[in-house]
Design a protein around this ligand. Structure first.
Ligand code: SER
Length: 315
C-alpha cells in the first residue's frame, strides 16, 4: 500500500512546495494538505485539502485515523519577527503543535515525523562562522527558544519512546511560489519583488549582515532526502545543521544588478537587525553530508536567476 502523508501548515512558504513535491512523488491522493486557511490555487487544485488547527490534538488525530496516515510533516509555525510581537501565541502554536505530532508518534498512530527547526536556535554566544552542529546555544528570540526547546523534545521522544522524528535547522529560505510569513530573513525575498516592480529596495537589515540562506528547491530536496534516509544512518535526532549559501544584503543586491542594471538599494535597519545579529553568518553541515549525503545545488548566482525567472513567469 502506498505511503500516506499528512502535511500540517501545507499552505505556508515551505508547506506549499513540499506538498506539491510529495504529491509528485507519492501520488496526489496519498498526500493530505492541512491548514487553518486555504492556500494558493496551484496547491488547492493539486489534491486533497482539510481545514484544521495544528494545536487541536483531536482534529489532527481524527485526520490521521480517517486517512490512515503513516507520516506527518509539521510545517505550521510562527516565525521570528511575528513571534516577537506575540510571544505567548508564538510559544503556544510552536510547542503545542509539536507535542501533538510527537504524541501521535509515541502512541504509534503514525510511524515517522518531520519537524523543522531553524538557525534561530543559535544566539549571540554561538560561534558565528561555520557554526558547528554542537555548540553553545543561547537563543534570545521567542521563536529561537521554541525551536531549541522543540529540538530537545524531539531527541527526548526519540531516545525515550523510540519516535522516528527527523529535523533540519533550515537557513533563511528563498522562494517565489508562496510569500514567507514574518521572518527575519524575508528581506532576501522582498528584494526580488521590489527589484522587478520598482527597481529599488530599502533593506531592513544592514548592508554587511551575512546570514545563511538557501533556495527552496534545495530545502525541499534536503527534506525529502532526510525522510528517505535509513534510520540507522541518522546520528542526530535533535536537528541537523544545513548550510546553503551565505551572503549579505549588499552582495545580494550586487548579484541582482548583474540582471537588472539600474537596480538600487538603501538600508533602514529595524528591530529585525537585532535578531539577525544574534544568528550565525554561515553553517557547518558536515553531519548532513555524512549521514544522508547532503549537497546543495543553488549558489548565489543560480538562485538569483531562478528567482527572477520564476517571479517574471508568475506576473
Ligand atoms: N527564516 C526564519 C525567520 O527569519 C528563520 O528560521 O524567522
Amino acid at each position: 500500500m502506498a505511503l500516506k502523508t499528512l502535511i500540517i501548515g501545507a499552505c505556508g512558504q515551505i508547506g506549499t512546495e513540499l506538498t506539491l513535491s510529495l504529491r509528485e512523488k507519492y501520488g496526489k491522493d496519498n498526500v493530505i494538505a492541512v491548514d487553518i486557511r486555504e492556500g494558493n490555487e496551484e496547491l488547492m487544485q493539486s489534491g486533497p485539502f482539510e481545514t484544521a488547527d495544528a494545536t487541536d490534538y483531536k482534529a489532527i488525530e481524527d485526520l490521521v485515523m480517517h486517512y490512515e496516515i503513516d507520516e506527518i510533516y509539521l510545517m505550521a509555525a510562527m516565525l521570528s519577527a511575528t513571534a516577537e510581537k506575540f510571544p505567548m501565541r508564538g510559544w503556544h502554536l510552536n510547542m503545542d503543535s509539536l507535542f501533538n505530532v510527537l504524541n501521535l508518534a509515541k502512541d504509534k498512530k503514525v510511524s515517522k515525523v518531520f519537524w523543522p527547526s531553524s538557525i534561530a536556535v543559535f544566539g549571540p554566544s554561538t560561534p558565528q562562522d561555520q557554526t558547528p552542529q554542537t555548540t553553545i546555544m543561547e537563543p534570545t528570540t521567542v521563536y529561537g527558544i521554541s525551536k531549541q526547546s522543540g529540538e530537545r523534545w524531539c531527541e527526548y521522544y526519540h531516545k525515550k519512546y523510540g519516535v522516528d522524528v527527523r529535523s533540519i535547522r533550515y537557513p533563511g529560505l528563498i522562494s517565489y511560489k508562496t510569500a514567507p510569513g514574518g521572518g527575519t530573513t524575508d528581506y532576501a525575498i522582498e528584494i526580488f519583488h521590489e527589484a522587478l516592480a520598482s527597481k529599488k529596495y530599502t533593506s531592513f537589515l544592514s548592508e554587511e549582515t551575512a546570514l545563511p540562506m538557501m533556495f527552496m528547491d534545495d530545502a525541499i530536496k534536503a527534506t525529502m532526502q532526510l525522510m528517505d534516509a535509513p534510520a540507522e544512518n541518522l546520528s542526530i535526532r535533535s536537528s541537523y545543521n544545513l548550510g546553503g549559501i551565505s551572503f549579505t544584503p549588499k552582495q545580494l543586491a550586487e548579484e541582482i544588478k548583474k540582471e537588472i542594471a539600474d537596480f538600487s538599494i538603501d538600508y533602514a535597519p529595524d528591530f529585525r537587525q537585532d535578531i539577525a545579529e544574534t544568528w550565525p553568518s554561515s553553517i557547518d553541515d558536515t553531519f548532513a553530508q555524512k549521514d544522508w549525503k547532503w549537497k546543495h545545488d543553488f549558489d548565489l548566482q543560480k538562485m538569483t536567476k531562478a528567482m527572477l525567472r520564476g517571479l517574471k513567469k508568475q506576473a
